[in-house]
Design a protein around this ligand. Structure first.
Ligand SMILES: Cc1cc2nc3c(=O)[nH]c(=O)nc-3n(C[C@H](O)[C@H](O)[C@H](O)COP(=O)(O)O)c2cc1C
Length: 182
């Protein structure tokens, strides 16, 4: 069975989501494209659509724009993945679903862990994040997790969530065999 024609759209600030999107696309012989003006036209003819967005304060960036065209893609399997520095967990996944109203749509959703590097942020975001991270790490009786967050000021977090990407690729490949229906 040939792979289904897959397009992976992404929104990425510091490159993690972009890398994941490109890796998924390569492994399913698809295409990875940034979610920018005119993206809908590029989605035409797709048999599977994937959207990946970086997480900021619990919001999956670009998701609203992507889902605003949801009805146009009725019948096509849709996969959404979020990329945040938080360790994926059932509770964290549920919070993302609730905050981003994902349960209003018929989509498959994966929470992927990404890297965090303060130095890749623009001046303003870097300034704000540095202050926030420092204050968490310096809390009185800070827990081990809070101290780890504080450490991000001086030490980037480098993560590649290989397992989750393999899972997404497996699901897309399963579509071509007719294993799953939209
Ligand atoms: C302003 C800001 C807010 C963030 N908020 C969250 C968050 O709420 N949850 C989370 O898991 N990660 C959060 N992160 C971390 C990013 O989601 C993470 O670094 C991700 O890998 C970035 O993806 P990108 O490289 O594609 O932009 C935040 C990062 C920034 C800069």
């Amino acid at each position: 069975m040939p792979p289904v024609k897959t397009i992976v759209f992404y929104h990425s600030k510091t490159g993690s989501t972009k890398k994941y999107a490109e890796d998924i696309a390569r492994q399913v012989a698809g295409e990875a494209l940034p979610l920018k003006r005119g993206w809908v036209k590029k989605a035409e003819g797709a048999e599977c659509l994937v959207f990946g967005g970086n997480v900021q304060a619990g919001n999956i960036q670009g998701l609203n724009e992507f889902l605003s065209e949801y009805e146009r893609f009725e019948g096509i399997p849709i996969i959404v993945f979020s990329v945040g520095m938080a360790l994926p967990s059932p509770e964290g996944r549920q919070d993302l679903i609730s905050q981003n109203l994902l349960d209003m749509y018929h989509v498959r959703f994966y929470q992927v862990q990404g890297s965090f590097d303060l130095n890749k942020l623009d001046f303003f975001s870097k300034f704000m994040m540095k202050r926030t991270l420092k204050s968490i790490g310096e809390r009185e009786n800070a827990s081990a997790a809070e101290k780890m967050i504080g450490d991000l000021v001086s030490k980037p977090l480098v993560i590649y969530d290989k397992e989750k990407i393999e899972k997404i690729v497996t699901v897309i490949n399963g579509l071509s065999s007719g294993l799953y229906k939209a």
